[in-house]
Design a protein around this ligand. Structure first.
Ligand SMILES: C[S@@+](CC[C@H](N)C(=O)[O-])C[C@H]1O[C@@H](n2cnc3c(N)ncnc32)[C@H](O)[C@@H]1O
Length: 268
């Protein structure tokens, strides 16, 4: 994805750490296993994960037998991450921003992974710094996911009634082409950095189910939800619940659109 030009809200997720932990989907095991195969990694290889939050990618990386240094600047997110990986010697949790991170105690890495976080880093820094932490044959692996309510009638009702005053939350037919355009611009950014070769990318979907409570937590776990004040959050919650109640929707089926990009470190 193209890097955000405004990065003011990059640490807002820490204010909604509990909701983040409960609602945000983990990366699918099958996707991580195919990336391990494509990159030629082996059990026990060391990888860096940037912006780990509470472990949405960390745990799938461990399930794929990689040793993970998980970097997370948010204090509350990091505490939940430490709880979620407690007792696992294959995870080292580090505090701080990627821009400030010194990898000399942990690297070099077979891969630098980041899920839903790389676009929060200045692209003048992100690609060059990631390349510098990799082994010569190492890879950059960038992942994103975009959950969208599956039922068009429910999606319309949420868009027109619940999100009428919260346009950032609207997901309609214009959403997917926008995501694809941002992904293409991100690939141009990667190429312009001159630090990576042979980009490979894939999109896939999975189906997820949420209760009303976890769906509400999912909404506020995004930067635009995390920055709402208490009144706005309550208002949004009431409107969403009203739509779900009217439609008798006890569970919400969501199509999670995943985008993965893998690129090999260029010879330096
Ligand atoms: C949207 S969350 C993604 C979390 C998780 N990887 C996932 O896929 O759900 C973005 C994460 O990146 C972290 N983050 C933001 N800016 C960062 C930076 N400059 N360096 C390292 N992490 C950063 C935030 O604290 C947050 O945990």
């Amino acid at each position: 994805m193209k890097a955000n030009t405004r990065r003011d809200n990059r640490l807002a997720f820490d204010t909604v750490a509990e909701a983040y932990d409960r609602a945000r989907p983990t990366m699918p095991h099958g996707l991580i296993v195919s990336i391990v195969r494509i990159t030629g990694m082996w059990n026990g290889d060391r990888v860096l994960e940037i912006g780990a939050a509470t472990g949405q990618l960390t745990r799938p990386l461990r399930a794929a037998h990689l040793n993970v240094t998980a970097l997370e600047p948010g204090e509350r997110l990091r505490a939940l991450l430490e709880r979620n990986v407690a007792g696992d010697p294959g995870v080292t949790v580090r505090p701080g921003l990627f821009e400030d991170y010194d990898s000399s105690d942990d690297g070099p890495f077979s891969a630098v992974f980041s899920a839903n976080a790389f676009h929060w880093i200045d692209p003048d820094v992100s690609y060059a710094k990631a390349a510098g932490m990799l082994r010569p044959d190492g890879h950059l692996v960038l992942l994103w996911n975009f959950p969208v309510v599956e039922d068009p009638a429910l999606r319309d009702a949420l868009n027109t009634r619940a999100f009428a005053d919260y346009p950032d939350f609207v997901r309609d037919e214009r959403h997917q082409p926008r995501i694809e355009a941002l992904a293409a611009e991100g690939r141009e950014e990667l190429a312009a950095s001159g630090r990576f070769d042979f980009p490979w990318w894939q999109t896939r979907t999975e189906t997820l189910r949420f209760t009303a409570d976890t769906y509400l937590q999912l909404l506020i776990s995004y930067a635009n939800g995390a920055v709402l004040d208490d009144d706005a959050r309550q208002d949004l919650e009431q409107r969403v619940r009203a739509v779900l109640d009217d439609r008798g929707a006890e569970t919400i089926t969501v199509t999670n659109h995943l985008y993965a990009l893998v690129a090999r470190r260029a010879d330096q």
